[in-house]
Design a protein. Structure first.
Length: 116
């Protein structure tokens, strides 16, 4: 099992920045990749960004160089730096961990609200 605790969400004006953090505990050595997904009201959950244990990253098409995912292996923590935020980025952001290429774990989610 893996436990994920997110932090860093909040309210920000359009054009502003936020940094999300996700701390993992439990079977952290078995984590293949971690990432962020988001879900806006009435919409499906979508990929924001992922990072593998070796540091390879993948981003959703809408990110367009505005967001950066990184990880601190010593702290078992993954970060999402979000810049140039837009109102359409408003959503609940969920941390995700993939174990053994099969098992997925989710955090409780953190709300990000971008005002226009």
């Amino acid at each position: 099992q893996v436990q994920l605790v997110e932090s860093g969400g909040g309210l920000v004006q359009a054009g502003g920045s936020l940094r999300l953090s996700c701390a993992a505990s439990g079977r952290v050595l078995s984590i293949n990749a971690m990432g962020w997904y988001r879900q806006a009201p009435g919409k499906q959950r979508e990929l924001v960004a992922t990072i593998t244990s070796s540091g390879n990253t993948n981003y959703g098409a809408f990110v367009k160089d505005r967001f950066t995912i990184s990880r601190d292996n010593a702290k078992n923590t993954v970060y999402l730096q979000m810049n140039s935020l837009k109102p359409e980025d408003t959503a609940v952001y969920y941390c995700n961990a993939l174990l053994g290429g099969v098992l997925q774990f989710w955090g409780q989610g953190t709300q990000v609200t971008v005002s226009s």
